[in-house]
Design a protein around this ligand. Structure first.
Ligand SMILES: Cc1ncc(COP(=O)(O)O)c(C=O)c1O
Length: 431
């Protein structure tokens, strides 16, 4: 193999990247049959299968309650409302996440006070939370970014002292463990996506999990009108709202949302869950091997908890590698990734773009009030400009995504890692 980089006309390190080693989710006849059964029974809009799925998922992660949603965005919206987030309130959220972690706060008339992330975990930095808490702060949104569990001990301690709720966005962390507990069971409530790209992937779906009966009932009242116990509902026998304050509104969702999960997704979820622990153990084996190889290369440091820390990455959603330009002649991550791609291997520069700089959180007037919603209801302006959250703002220059091996194939993984090494060994060609 010529040392010359493929991007400069040399031979490719990997001629035929076996993309089948990265296929996800794994779909079998059992998934197909479960979905067709729902179709044949015309029970797409029911709740019987969803309730079974909720129970099974809750049992697996060790939560008291789970509630099915049409997507993760609505699950997080409901979780915020359940925690009492309303007009004039604030939530604290890491800037480095997908918009759905926090944008529903605006629909509730609340503002988002963005916090910076820790450069290693890429999750909210506990040191950047406390000084943001004000009289109207209702909740801290925690995102277990790319499956890496956030520092929950520190976050729960701060939240407890200030009587602020903790909402976990567990969309990236199905199966990720934090010191013996599943992510999604540690805060007051969690919302998560289960859309097709996620580690637990069952279509357009989501879930709320909580150990708090009051929050669970508020979620039902917000978006699950058919489960509130109204006499006019066909399945009133399944009434799950016992709080008289909520019961008096039974039958019509508070706020007008309809959050029910399509039972095709629930049926697939039941099948996927049976195999998920075993499948993510396979991913963990493959990714641990791959990451060990990458970590031996200068300039690269994979995004994963230290071995023996009691923290795991579950289904390894969207695996990321830190890039340290100072160690590799300051070649920008884009040039590095372009050279790796030319070697026949996938990777892509950057991660999410920081939300605190997006115009939605500066200018959007969602309520037609002639002023930005971020300042329409509250007592203070928590908008933040460029330079305020340096780690989030630099994250895309210091991180890139790597392939997620869902099957362990030692020889292929070694070939792929060697392609990364070839680029780093010859980084001088990119200067
Ligand atoms: C961190 C995070 N939160 C929330 C969501 C929203 O979930 P959904 O797309 O299912 O609405 C996603 C992704 O889609 C996500 O990555």
């Amino acid at each position: 193999m010529s040392k010359k980089l493929a991007v400069n006309g040399g031979d490719k390190a990997v001629e035929n990247f076996k993309s089948e080693l990265c296929v996800w989710p794994i779909v079998t006849d059992e998934d197909r049959e479960a979905i067709v059964e729902v179709l044949d029974n015309r029970s797409m809009s029911g709740t019987d299968i969803t309730k079974e799925f909720e129970k099974e998922y809750a049992l697996w992660i060790g939560a008291e309650y789970a509630l099915g949603y049409c997507n993760g965005t609505s699950a997080l919206h409901a979780a915020m409302w359940a925690c009492g987030v309303g007009a004039g309130d604030e939530i604290i959220c890491p800037s480095m996440t997908y918009w759905a972690s926090c944008t529903a706060a605006l629909s509730l008339g609340a503002a988002v006070n963005f916090a910076d992330i820790d450069p290693e975990t890429l999750c909210i930095d506990p040191k950047d939370i406390e000084h943001r808490i004000g009289p109207k702060t209702k909740a801290i949104m925690v995102v277990h970014y790319a499956g890496y569990p956030a520092d929950m001990d520190a976050i729960m301690e701060i939240a407890g002292r200030h009587n602020v709720k903790v909402i976990e966005d567990a969309s990236h962390s199905h199966g990720s463990m934090y010191k013996g507990r599943h992510t999604g069971t540690i805060g007051d409530i969690a919302g998560m996506s289960m859309m097709s790209g996620k580690a637990f992937a069952i279509g357009e779906a989501g879930l709320v999990t909580t150990n708090n009966r009051g929050l669970y009932e508020r979620c039902i009242a917000f978006g699950h009108y058919a489960r509130t116990g109204a006499p006019s509902n066909f399945n009133a026998v399944d009434a799950q709202v016992t709080n008289p304050e909520l019961q008096k509104f039974a039958g019509i969702p508070l706020g007008g949302y309809k959050h029910r999960m399509n039972q095709w997704c629930a049926a697939m979820g039941k099948v996927q869950l049976k195999y998920y622990p075993e499948r993510i153990a396979g991913i963990d084996k493959a990714m641990t091997y791959f990451c060990d190889l990458l970590d031996a290369i200068p300039g690269l440091k994979t995004h994963r908890p230290p071995k023996g820390s009691g923290l795991t990455k579950g289904g390894w959603y969207h695996p990321v590698c830190h890039y340290i330009p100072e160690e590799v002649k300051n070649v920008p991550v884009e040039a590095f990734c372009k050279a790796v791609n030319a070697e026949g291997v996938t990777c892509s520069a950057g991660i999410n773009t920081p939300l605190h700089l997006h115009k939605v959180f500066h200018e959007a007037d969602i309520f037609n009030m002639g002023q930005p919603t971020m300042i329409s209801f509250g007592q203070r302006d928590v908008r933040q400009g460029s330079g305020t959250l340096p780690v989030s703002e630099e994250a895309s220059a210091r991180n890139f995504s790597i392939p997620k091996f869902t099957t362990f194939d030692k020889a292929e993984i070694e070939k792929v890692a060697a392609a990364y090494k070839k680029v780093i060994d010859n980084i001088g060609e990119l200067v």
